[in-house]
Design a protein around this ligand. Structure first.
Ligand code: CA
Length: 642
C-alpha cells in the first residue's frame, strides 16, 4: 500500500508541478504612497514572491477609455513549452475593492513573447478572497512557453500572487478553453496597432483573429487567420461594449456559416438585454420564407486580452453566393448590360453620412445608399443608373397599380420583409431597408432584414403601441404613438402606397403559409427562444458581470427588469401577443379567437362570430359552413362543403 500511495504521489507531483521562469510583464508600476511611476515598488516580481501582502500594480490603468495603451499584465517565460493544468491567484490585500480586482481577470498562454498568438486559459468569474490563494483547473491541451495574467477592466492589474502548474510538453489542440459553452472569438491587434482597441470605422487595425469552438461531443475546433478589425455600426458604436467589423485577408469559412467571405460582424446588443433579438428576428424571417437571412451565432469575445462579453457573430450584408446572391460588379462594369447589376442598396436613414457619390435622395424623398458597387471606374454612372431605376420603381409604387409595381419589384419579397417587420415590431424596418437588383433583371428584391436590437418591444417610442394593441390597431409602421416608428425620408408613404395596391390577398396567403407550413406560430417560437436562452445562459452571466446594466435604462429602453430571466420572459410574452395580433390582422384567424394550449386530440370549434360550437376529444360532424377549428393546438379556418 505504501508503494502504491507513493506512486500516486509521484504522478500527482508530475501533473501538478508548480512552474517557475523569468518574470515578464508591464514595465512600470505605481508607487501608491506618493503616486509616482516606479520600477522598484509594487513591481511585477511581487506577483511571484510567495507573499500575499505584496502585489503588482501597473502604472497604467487598463480601461475602455485608454484605447491607445496596451492592457497591463504579468506572467512567466517558462523557457520551454508546458501544458498548463492549474492556475492560482490571490487579490491585492485591499479590503473593499481588492476582491473585485480579479473578477474577469484573464489567464492566457502563448508561444510568441508579445502574446499576439495567445489563447485563453481561464477567466475568473468571481471576486477573490483576500489573503487566500484560489485555484482553477485548466482544460487546455496545447503547450505554451509564455503564460500571463491580465487584470480586468478599470484596474492596474492589481494582483498579489500568481501560480501556474503544468508539465513540460508541446501538447496538442485536442482541447482548448472557451469562456462558456459558446465559441470564443479571440482577437489581437498587432504591428503599429499592437495592443490598441479600435476607436472608429475608418482605421483598420491589423489583427490575428481566432475562433475556438468546443462541441458537445468534447471535440475542439481551432481556427485562426490574419485580417483587420475596426468598429462598425451607427448608434451602437457609442456604447462602452463596442461592435466590431472583421475583415480577413482571404475569404474564410468560419464555424457553420454558409458563406466563405472576408467580412464578418460582431454585434454588441447593448440595449437588447436578452441579446437574442437579432437571432429571434432572423428565425422569424426564416419561417416567413425570406430568400436570405444573415448567419448569426452567439459567441464570447476577448479583444486584446479583455473579455468583452456576449456577441453575435454575423454575416456582413454584402454580395456573396451565400449572402445577397447577385452578380458582383467589376470596376470595369460601367455601361451596357454590365451597368444593370448587380446592385446592393439600402434605404438608409443615415445615408448622408456615407459621403457624396455613394447615396442619393429619390424624387419623392427617400434616402438610398449604394452599398455595392463601392469601387468602380465610373461610380457616378452606376449611381445614376440605379437612381433612375429606383425613381421608376417609386413612380410605380405611387401609382398604386399592382401590375405596374410588379414590373419593377418582387412584391412578395417586399411583403415578407413588411410582415417580419410587423411581427417583430421592429421600429427600424423602414429606417434601414435592404434591396438588390441582379444584372439583366427588371425587378428588385427586398431583403435581408438586419438590425433588430429595437425589435420585439424594446423601444420606448413604440412601447405604448404594443401595450394598446387591439384588433383595430393600425400596423406598426403607421403608428405615431410615443414618437412612432422610424422611417427614412418618405419611406412610410412608400409602404402605404404598396398596401393600398390591393395586396391583402398576398398578405393573407404569405402569413397563412408561414403560420401553417413555416412554423411561424407562438409556441414554436417561444421554444426557439427557450433553447437560445439556455444556450446563452453561462455567457450572459459573464456578460452582465462585464457590463452591469440589467438595472439601468440603456439606448431606447422603456424598462429595466433587473434580471436576465425577466428580460427573456418579457420577450416570450411579446411573441405570444404579437402572433395572436398578426393572425387576426392578416385575416388568417378570425377576430376573437384565442389560440389554445396544445393538447393532442383536443378539439375546439368556433363559428365566424367567435362563438364556441363544440369542444371535445374528437372531430364531430359539422353542418355546411365556415369554422375556426383548434385541434391539437393548431388553429385553422375550415370550410365544410358537404
Ligand atoms: Ca506577492
Amino acid at each position: 500500500m505504501l508503494i502504491f500511495a507513493s506512486l500516486i504521489g509521484q504522478n500527482i507531483g508530475k501533473a501538478e508541478q508548480k512552474l517557475s521562469g523569468t518574470v515578464i510583464g508591464t514595465e512600470y508600476s505605481v508607487n501608491y504612497s506618493n503616486f509616482t511611476k516606479s520600477t522598484t515598488v509594487n513591481t511585477k516580481y511581487d506577483a511571484f514572491d510567495g507573499n500575499l501582502d505584496t502585489f503588482f500594480a501597473s502604472w497604467d490603468r487598463s480601461s475602455i477609455s485608454e484605447t491607445e495603451i496596451p492592457r497591463t499584465w504579468v506572467g512567466l517565460d517558462l523557457g520551454e513549452k508546458y501544458v498548463i493544468s492549474k492556475v492560482g491567484w490571490a487579490p491585492r490585500n485591499a479590503p473593499g475593492f481588492g476582491e473585485r480586482r480579479v473578477q474577469l481577470g484573464l489567464f492566457e498562454g502563448a508561444n510568441l513573447p508579445d502574446f499576439t498568438d495567445a489563447v485563453p486559459l481561464y477567466l475568473i468569474p468571481e471576486p477573490g478572497i483576500i489573503g487566500t490563494m484560489s485555484y482553477a483547473d485548466v482544460n487546455c491541451s496545447r503547450g505554451f512557453r509564455y503564460v500571463r495574467y491580465l487584470g480586468p477592466d478599470d484596474a492596474r492589474c492589481n494582483i498579489a500572487e500568481l501560480e501556474f502548474y503544468g508539465e513540460p510538453g508541446e501538447g496538442d489542440d485536442s482541447h482548448l478553453y472557451t469562456v462558456s459553452n459558446l465559441p470564443t472569438v479571440v482577437i489581437y491587434t498587432n504591428g503599429d496597432f499592437y495592443g490598441r482597441d479600435p476607436v472608429d470605422k475608418v482605421n483598420n487595425y491589423t489583427s490575428t483573429i481566432s475562433i475556438i469552438s468546443n462541441k458537445d461531443d468534447g471535440t475542439t475546433t481551432f481556427f485562426t487567420a490574419p485580417g483587420t478589425t475596426r468598429l462598425r455600426g451607427n448608434a451602437s458604436m457609442g456604447f462602452d461594449k463596442k461592435p466590431y467589423r472583421i475583415k480577413f485577408d482571404k475569404k474564410q469559412n468560419i464555424l457553420d456559416a454558409p458563406a466563405k467571405a472576408k467580412k464578418w460582424t460582431l454585434i454588441n446588443s447593448w440595449g437588447d438585454k436578452t441579446m437574442l433579438r437579432n437571432s429571434v428576428s432572423f428565425e422569424i424571417a426564416r419561417r416567413m420564407g425570406m430568400d436570405y437571412v444573415p448567419y448569426c451565432r452567439l459567441v464570447d469575445v476577448i479583444y486584446n486580452g479583455d473579455y468583452k462579453g456576449t456577441y453575435q457573430l454575423c454575416d456582413q450584408v454584402e454580395i456573396n453566393t451565400n449572402r445577397v446572391n447577385v452578380t458582383e460588379m467589376e470596376i470595369t462594369d460601367v455601361d451596357g448590360d454590365a451597368l444593370t447589376g448587380g446592385y446592393l442598396m439600402e434605404v438608409d436613414g443615415y445615408a448622408e453620412s456615407e459621403g457624396e457619390g455613394h447615396y442619393f435622395w429619390s424624387n419623392r424623398g427617400i434616402p438610398v445608399t449604394m452599398k455595392s458597387p463601392d469601387e468602380s471606374n465610373d461610380l457616378p454612372a452606376c449611381l445614376n443608373y440605379i437612381y433612375n431605376y429606383f425613381n421608376a420603381l417609386e413612380s410605380a409604387v405611387w401609382s398604386e397599380n399592382r401590375a405596374n409595381i410588379c414590373r419593377y419589384m418582387d412584391l412578395d419579397s417586399f411583403l415578407k420583409l413588411f410582415l417580419v417587420g410587423e411581427m417583430t415590431g421592429n421600429t427600424d424596418t423602414f429606417w434601414s431597408t435592404y434591396f438588390s437588383k441582379e444584372r439583366n433583371d427588371d425587378i428588385v428584391r427586398f431583403g435581408p432584414i438586419w438590425d433588430n436590437d429595437l425589435a420585439l418591444d424594446n423601444d420606448y417610442r413604440t412601447h405604448n403601441y404594443f401595450i394598446n394593441q387591439s384588433k383595430n390597431s393600425e400596423w406598426l409602421f403607421e403608428t405615431s404613438s410615443g414618437g412612432g416608428s422610424s422611417k427614412a425620408g418618405s419611406m412610410g408613404d412608400f409602404v402605404r402606397h404598396i398596401l393600398n395596391s390591393v395586396v391583402s390577398d398576398r398578405i393573407y396567403n404569405l402569413w397563412s403559409n408561414a403560420l401553417y407550413n413555416g412554423g411561424l406560430e407562438s409556441r414554436s417560437l417561444q421554444e426557439y427562444v427557450d433553447d437560445l436562452a439556455e444556450e446563452i445562459d453561462l455567457s450572459q452571466q459573464y456578460n452582465f458581470k462585464r457590463w452591469p446594466i440589467l438595472d439601468s435604462l440603456e439606448h431606447l429602453n422603456f424598462q429595466a427588469l433587473g434580471s436576465y430571466d425577466a428580460e427573456v420572459r418579457y420577450l416570450r410574452n411579446y411573441i405570444y401577443n404579437r402572433c395572436v395580433w398578426m393572425n387576426v390582422k392578416t385575416g388568417v384567424v378570425a377576430s376573437g379567437v384565442t389560440e389554445l394550449p396544445a393538447q393532442p386530440d383536443y378539439v375546439e370549434i368556433y363559428n365566424l362570430q367567435g362563438v364556441k360550437v363544440y369542444s371535445g376529444n374528437s372531430m364531430p360532424s359539422l353542418d355546411r359552413g365556415i369554422y375556426i377549428i383548434n385541434r391539437g393546438g393548431t388553429t385553422r379556418k375550415v370550410v365544410i362543403t358537404k
